[in-house]
Structures are given as structure tokens and as C-alpha cells.
Unconditional design. Structure first.
Length: 227
């Protein structure tokens, strides 16, 4: 978007908790933009991650960001909150991309042929972790590193439960046993992660990546960070 289309001002409210006091979740970075489309001006205050998702969505559709936002605004019923509508749009956008990725993985039968599991993780728009049967982190994409504020070198070959709790409707060992025996179900997950000064809770999905044997398999944990 050109400078004429957008005026941007940023403000961050994240502060370290007072020494000796209880840990408090920092405020998200909020970016204020004035977006113009078809003679209308929209004043929007959204999180930096939401703006990033909107920008990527506009690029995939070959549109300018102001046009995408304007078209979404035109679909809002009278009196609707445009910021809330845009956040909902971003959640649906991530879910659609994750669904498309899961479908591609199924089509590849999660075998060692086709594209590599690491390449799939890198291509995933949402935070994605590639883990083995021992639940060690083998690969994290850029979105996952940003989500946790940890670089990949620090995460690699570490147990995933060192960083987060993964709650699934079926015990994880049973899920991996199903994958080892040829099942390719996608399981919903709830993820709880405690980071310095903040508690992260998110929805996610678990699906198989590569299966060679019962003890030699890889699986993905993908996070719906916008939910």
C-alpha cells in the first residue's frame, strides 16, 4: 500500500512484570492504520499479527491491502464492528490454509516420497512443529519461532513438553500408535504454553508426516495462533 493509502502509528504496551509481583501477560502490539478504499476511510487498530495475515492474504489474491479491507468492509452488515470482522476473517484464513495443507499431506499418504516433511513445515502459514515418536522437536518453522519467541536452535532435539502441554481427546501415545499402523486421522489439540510473563493458550491440530516403522515416525503439531 502506498503512503497515500495508509497512515501508520504503532504503540506497544508490553512491560515486564514488577519485580516480586505476579507475572502478567503483556499487551499485544497494536498498530493503527487509516485505510482508504473507494473514497471511504477506515480507522483500524489491530494486532501486528492480524495485519501480517491480512497482508499475506492480499498478496495471495493479487490485491492491495486497502482493496481487500474495503471489500471485507462492504460485506459487513450495518453497525457491525469492522475490526472484529477482520480478526474473524484472519482466523478463517488460517484455518483454510491449515485445512489445505492437511489435505495435501493426506494426498501424499505421509510417505517418504514427494516433498520432505521439513519443507511442508516451512510452507505452513501457521506455527508448525515437526516431532518424532519420542516427541522431540526436529523442525520449527518461522511462524512457530515467532509465536514462542524462541529460535529453532534452542528448540531442536528438545522434548516438546518442555515448552508446552498438549491436550488431545485421545492420549498422544495412542495417536502415534494409530499413525504407526497406517491411520492418517487429524486430531484437534489444545495447547498451553507458559512463557516468561505470559500464558499462551491456543488450538491446534496433530497429523502424521512420515511413517517408516512403529518407532520411526514423524508427526506435525500445527497451531491456530489467531484463534
Amino acid at each position: 500500500m502506498s503512503a497515500a493509502d495508509t497512515a501508520i502509528s504503532s504503540q506497544t504496551g508490553a512491560r515486564s512484570p514488577a519485580e516480586g509481583g505476579p507475572a502478567r501477560a503483556p499487551q499485544l502490539k497494536i498498530i493503527h492504520r487509516i485505510v482508504q478504499h473507494r473514497g471511504r476511510r477506515y480507522s483500524l487498530k489491530l494486532g501486528a499479527d492480524i495485519w501480517e495475515i491480512l497482508e499475506r492474504s492480499a498478496q495471495r489474491r493479487g490485491k492491495r491491502l486497502n482493496r481487500l479491507i474495503g471489500e471485507i468492509a462492504e460485506t459487513c452488515p450495518p453497525g457491525a464492528n469492522l475490526s472484529a470482522t477482520l480478526r474473524s476473517y484472519c482466523v478463517d484464513e488460517l484455518k483454510l490454509q491449515v485445512h489445505d495443507l492437511e489435505q495435501k499431506l493426506r494426498e501424499l499418504s505421509m510417505s517418504t516420497q514427494g516433498i520432505s516433511a521439513a519443507s511442508v513445515a516451512d510452507a505452513c502459514p501457521a506455527p508448525c512443529f515437526l516431532l518424532n515418536a519420542q516427541n522431540l522437536v526436529l523442525k520449527t518453522n518461522a511462524a512457530a519461532q515467532k509465536w514462542l519467541s524462541i529460535d529453532e536452535a534452542s528448540l531442536r532435539d528438545k522434548p516438546i513438553d518442555r515448552y508446552m502441554q498438549i491436550k488431545v481427546p485421545v492420549p498422544l501415545p495412542q495417536i502415534l500408535d494409530q499413525y504407526a499402523h497406517g491411520r492418517s486421522n487429524v486430531f484437534p489439540a489444545r495447547v498451553i504454553c507458559l512463557r516468561p510473563g505470559r500464558l499462551i493458550m491456543a488450538k491446534g491440530s496433530i497429523c502424521p508426516a512420515v511413517v517408516r516403522s512403529e518407532n520411526d515416525l514423524l508427526y506435525f503439531l500445527m497451531i491456530d495462533a489467531a484463534a
